[in-house]
Design a protein around this ligand. Sequence first.
Ligand SMILES: *Cc1c(COP(=O)(O)O)cnc(C)c1O
Length: 390
Amino acid sequence: MEFNYCCSICNKTFDIVPDLNLCPDCSKNQQADQPLSGVLEVKLKGFVDKNFAISDLLPVEPEFFPPSPVGNTPLWEPYNLRKKTGFRNLFIKDDGSNPTSSFKDRASFLVSAFAKKFNINDIALASTGNAGSSMAGIGAAAGQTITLFLPKAAPPAKLVQALQYGAKVYRVDGSYDLAYDISLAFSQKKGGMNRNTAFNPMTIEGKKTVSLELFKQLNQAPDLVFVSAGDGCILAGVYKGFKDLKQLGIISSIPKIIAVQAKTSDALFRAYSTGKFKNIPTSTVADSICVDVPRNGIHALAQIRQFNGEVMRVSDDEIIRAQASLSRTTGLFTEPAGAAAFAGFLKAAPGIDPDSLIVVMTTGNGLKDSASASLGIAVPETLIHSVDNI
Ligand SMILES: *Cc1c(COP(=O)(O)O)cnc(C)c1O
């Protein structure tokens, strides 16, 4: 298999080298407070049959892979939920079961391998929490040095996790968007690799593995995929995996992908409706999808339009209720950003053919943010001393 980079805007192609992140031409048009211009996608050239190995479709050779068992996450067949909702072909892809408990490991894995291949030992990034703790964990496995810029509102568990893995952590007095800008300036000053989402093309490319796995687990592509979206990088990764499979002749069409955003952090949704990205400060209980300027916004929106996807919104209240409802009907406890995808499914369900093959992606483990999860339950307040108190 051969690989190169291709600009998602002008389609120019480039060799894959570590110091190229965005299209040199299209990134010149970058406007302040706007999504990245000139995001690069990996393009593959070659043939495999439907028994391909996932590593065959990745642009870094397995000898450079970090020793961390990323991916191959379980595809749940939630019996009670199927019965309750009437969707007998409903599946949940649980990426909270990755080594650092979030989907982000798919990107960190490939970025780590890419850095290793070019003897780069320092990796820096900004994160709302999960990308940082993920890169810290995968970097620890690979023996790489990770520098992380976290907004002050990041949930404590994600901060603690990154520090446990030995990352150098800077806490930013501001939002994720400020952390993103500082981390880019840091990389420019100090060198090394930058793993910022969408900026580093290996992030989208690593995330595509979820679609390759879904194909292997289902022996076909699903009809519908629900996935939450902040920067829109997971969304682009999901599309990229299916696009590769279609290009290789393994599937015949791209599934319908529904991106779910929080009502109070809905930049992608607004741009989907108005055609324009507008930087307004946002907040939501689902911290992992709390993004003012979606870094992969232009690219993600183009994919949604090209493949007839949709963007929908759910309220924080719907997210918190969906989280508890998923936990108690399936035994799968996901963080609010993961529950947002499920809330989106519940909301869209009345309009969906009950025979559809549906995948809801839960992207992070619920224990990553117990403060948010506690909003959806009642913690017993009285303490008992003996069974006579009951
Ligand atoms: C990062 C993240 C998302 C959203 O991914 P984007 O690429 O920012 O759209 C969703 N869920 C979880 C748990 C995440 O960590």
